[in-house]
Design a protein around this ligand. Structure first.
Ligand SMILES: Cc1cc2nc3c(=O)[nH]c(=O)nc-3n(C[C@H](O)[C@H](O)[C@H](O)COP(=O)(O)OP(=O)(O)OC[C@H]3O[C@@H](n4cnc5c(N)ncnc54)[C@H](O)[C@@H]3O)c2cc1C
Length: 428
């Protein structure tokens, strides 16, 4: 039984293809999502179909695997059953011999529901489409307002968090405004859009080397992104965003901004709490589940946690850890199912980090190698295409990127009325 069809779950399932086992993959959605390109979906460059692949399609040739749509909400380790909420409101109980949990993380607001209401995060397809709705809607609103003072909050976009997701989003909003929307409006100049990148640390991309941070900052400055370092976002009202300086005298600044996007942190999805309670283990500060060297949970040799939701030795929350962890657990389970007894410890092979800054500029760090500028951008593109699931998505994405490079246009800008709260006013 595998909970989650992200990087960890999918790779665990695939590794079990030739084992004499039955595999059931449960996910609350129907697709494997390529989160690293969510921001391109949010800013109109790629469609939601291009960055996701149906799980059933990905596992269609794996005869021992089946897929269940539903949200795992509890387990009973004694009777070895998983309780799954189905879309029709019913609850299904599924037996397991081995349980692999790869349910990932969600955006953390640390109890600030008021901020959550106004500032979407960037973890799911819904998030990306909500952000797209906000950004595109904001330009539309600005176009119809008569004076500059009224337009200003609609044309101000604030991104909280200067990690890879925040940097990528901020850069893409400026590129959307200055390139793709350039000739399409009659009243406004979309290039006047102000993009604020609000970050608590003393440099953007803190997980990269200082050299790459500096290079990324230079490109952001050239793009026209306004970076404010050493500040916390302390309030978001829907009309304004408030920052408070970390240093004395803790200056407070309020910026009129209708669009505020939240990329400052993650926490484990709610299922982690149910799992920890049932297994008698303590979650770490982010709600992750501590695991043993082989990625199983202490005292529960048939329950495994991989990917972002597992906590061990400060392993980073990146796709490569989830993929390698999933494959490792799949291999151990296949071995045990074949009558073996070895439980090899998981060894993570760090292949590096990459972040997109702007067209022809990306940063890639692998061991002692630092790449940036055009070379970094090509390397970034190759890495992302290689890990995107499905040939069709890979080809479609390359064609889309090529067309955008040649024409500056972004065609994936349809907005939906999905959220009942915002159905009538999608730009609020
Ligand atoms: C915007 C963004 C950009 C990123 N960029 C990069 C990057 O450039 N490079 C990199 O290495 N990493 C990147 N990451 C991190 C990377 O995407 C994650 O580390 C990776 O997705 C973790 O894989 P996972 O399998 O643990 O979880 P996920 O991929 O998050 O998958 C979890 C799955 O579990 C499902 N699920 C959750 N709860 C339940 C439940 N109760 N029942 C059933 N199903 C459930 C979800 O629907 C989801 O399909 C990025 C992440 C984000 C959000």
């Amino acid at each position: 039984m595998i909970v989650g069809s992200g990087f960890g779950g999918l790779h665990a399932a695939r590794r079990l293809k030739k084992a004499d086992v039955r595999v059931t993959v449960v996910d609350r959605g129907t697709s494997h999502l390529f989160q690293p390109l969510l921001y391109q979906c949010a800013t109109g460059l790629l469609s939601e179909g291009a960055i996701s692949s149906p799980i059933r399609h990905l596992l269609r040739r794996q005869r021992n695997a089946q897929v269940v749509l539903g949200e795992a909400q509890g387990i009973d380790p004694t009777s070895r059953t998983l309780a799954v909420d189905r879309p029709d409101g019913s609850t299904m109980s599924i037996d397991y011999d081995h349980l692999v949990v790869a349910a990932g993380m969600r955006t953390a607001y640390h109890g600030r529901d008021d901020i959550a209401r106004h500032a979407p995060g960037m973890k799911t397809l819904d998030d990306a489409l909500a952000i797209r709705r906000k950004i595109i809607g904001a330009f539309e609103m600005a176009e119809s307002l008569p004076d500059a003072a009224q337009r200003r909050p609609w044309l101000t976009f604030a991104v909280a968090g200067g990690g890879p997701t925040g940097v990528e989003l901020a850069g893409q909003i400026r590129e959307l405004a200055t390139l793709a929307l350039h000739h399409e409006f009659r009243t406004i100049d979309p290039g006047e859009a102000r993009v604020l990148l609000l970050h608590g640390g003393d440099r953007v991309l803190p997980s990269f080397s200082k050299v790459l941070s500096r290079r990324a900052q230079k490109i952001l400055d050239e793009l026209g992104v306004e970076t404010h370092l050493g500040v916390h976002v302390t309030d978001v009202t829907g009309d304004e965003v408030e920052t408070t300086a970390k240093a004395e005298p803790h200056e407070v600044i309020r910026y009129p901004a209708r669009t505020v996007l939240w990329t400052t942190g993650v926490e484990a999805v709610p299922f982690a709490k149910a799992l920890a309670g049932a297994l008698g283990v303590e979650q770490d500060h982010g709600g992750r589940i501590p695991v043993e060297a082989d990625l199983s949970v202490a005292g529960h040799p048939n329950i495994w946690v991989v990917g972002d939701m597992s906590s061990r030795d400060d392993l980073p929350g990146v796709a490569e850890v989830a993929m390698q962890g999933g494959r490792h657990v799949g291999a151990v389970i296949a071995h045990l199912a074949a009558g073996g007894t070895d439980r090899t410890p998981f060894r993570y092979r760090d292949l590096g980090n990459a972040a997109y800054i702007a067209r022809r500029h990306a940063v890639v760090q692998s061991g002692k190698m630092n790449l940036s500028g055009y070379v970094g951008w090509v390397a970034w593109g190759v890495i992302h295409i290689a890990f995107l699931a499905g040939i069709r998505n890979r080809m479609g994405t390359v064609v889309n990127w090529g067309a955008t490079l040649l024409t500056d246009s972004r065609r994936e800008r349809a907005i939906t009325y999905g959220d009942p709260e915002t159905a009538r006013q999608p730009y609020r």
